[in-house]
Write a protein that binds this ligand. Sequence first.
Ligand SMILES: *[C@@H]1O[C@H](CO)[C@@H](O)[C@H](O)[C@H]1NC(C)=O
Ligand SMILES: *[C@@H]1O[C@H](CO)[C@@H](O)[C@H](O)[C@H]1NC(C)=O
Ligand SMILES: *[C@@H]1O[C@H](CO)[C@@H](O)[C@H](O)[C@H]1NC(C)=O
Ligand SMILES: *[C@@H]1O[C@H](CO)[C@@H](O)[C@H](O)[C@H]1NC(C)=O
Ligand SMILES: *[C@@H]1O[C@H](CO)[C@@H](O)[C@H](O)[C@H]1NC(C)=O
Length: 271
Amino acid sequence: MAVWMVLLTLGSLLCAIGGASAAGPKILTSPEVTAGSNVVISCNITEVPTAVKGHYWMKGETKLDSNETTLDFISYMIPKVDHQTSGEYHCIFETVPISKGTVYVKVQPYVVAYKKTEHGNEGDVIALTCKCNSYPPVTQWTWYKMVDQVPQPLVNGTEDRFYIKSNGSRTDLRILSLNLEKDPGKYMCNGSNEVGEGSAVVDLRVRSRLAALWPFLGIVAEVLVLVTIIFIYEKRRKPNEVPDDDDGGSAPLKGNTANNKDKNVRQRNAN
Ligand SMILES: *[C@@H]1O[C@H](CO)[C@@H](O)[C@H](O)[C@H]1NC(C)=O
Ligand SMILES: *[C@@H]1O[C@H](CO)[C@@H](O)[C@H](O)[C@H]1NC(C)=O
Ligand SMILES: *[C@@H]1O[C@H](CO)[C@@H](O)[C@H](O)[C@H]1NC(C)=O
Ligand SMILES: *[C@@H]1O[C@H](CO)[C@@H](O)[C@H](O)[C@H]1NC(C)=O
Ligand SMILES: *[C@@H]1O[C@H](CO)[C@@H](O)[C@H](O)[C@H]1NC(C)=O
């Protein structure tokens, strides 16, 4: 019993200490931004734990040139809110420990096709890819096949041939065993987040298996034509070049003997 009570008391004491230290600095940040030009974002620190030795802005790994005014206030101007300037802006006050606030600059997904046109061979596997590098990440990706300008959603696993794999910055539509009749056309990827949605189109072209053979078949056809021409030429040339050939002479002779025999028979009959 006593041990439990001691432990409980210790626990609540630790909690109180933890809560007190967490309540240390207060940073008031400007509200999140979703549009505009020359937008100024700011942080204002109050109840500093120790003296503020300096402050700066960070976006990802990049330190930004801040538009600073006083020690407990820091601002930064965003020239244009777009996919490139979107992100998490951290204002950092050099106290001990460091104090940090975050201003969110959010845009609708800026979606681009990795390749606008993809070429595949009939029967092969192909992957169509869309990317989004704006902030915040895409929470929902959807793929559509355009049929007469109307988008038809492609569900993961359709026909056991269409598979979708996505994360916050990228989506891949894999098509197994490409079909020459059904698969060519335009595919649209739509990404959405809390701000809105964005999309891109990939044009898929499928070549017939024969198409890959055409150059080879062309050569075969060429060779066949040449061989035929040579053959015909040789056949035509033979009688002129070798007129006194055995075959050429003997045939009329046989014909003559046959005629003679015939004549003899007819003559005998007449007699
Ligand atoms: C910082 O916040 C405090 C308390 O809310 C406020 O009194 C003060 O005017 C703010 N300073 C700036 C520069 O916004
Ligand atoms: C800082 O911001 C103010 C207005 O907010 C602007 O007048 C000034 O030019 C800015 N300074 C820099 C260095 O960006
Ligand atoms: C689609 O299905 C495959 C397996 O059938 C799975 O690995 C993948 O995560 C699924 N993708 C989505 C977006 O649900
Ligand atoms: C998404 O997946 C790609 C590769 O498939 C990877 O490079 C990237 O880091 C992933 N992004 C996220 C946000 O998980
Ligand atoms: C796809 O996203 C675009 C915006 O980029 C939107 O106009 C369109 O309606 C979306 N398509 C579908 C089918 O949701």
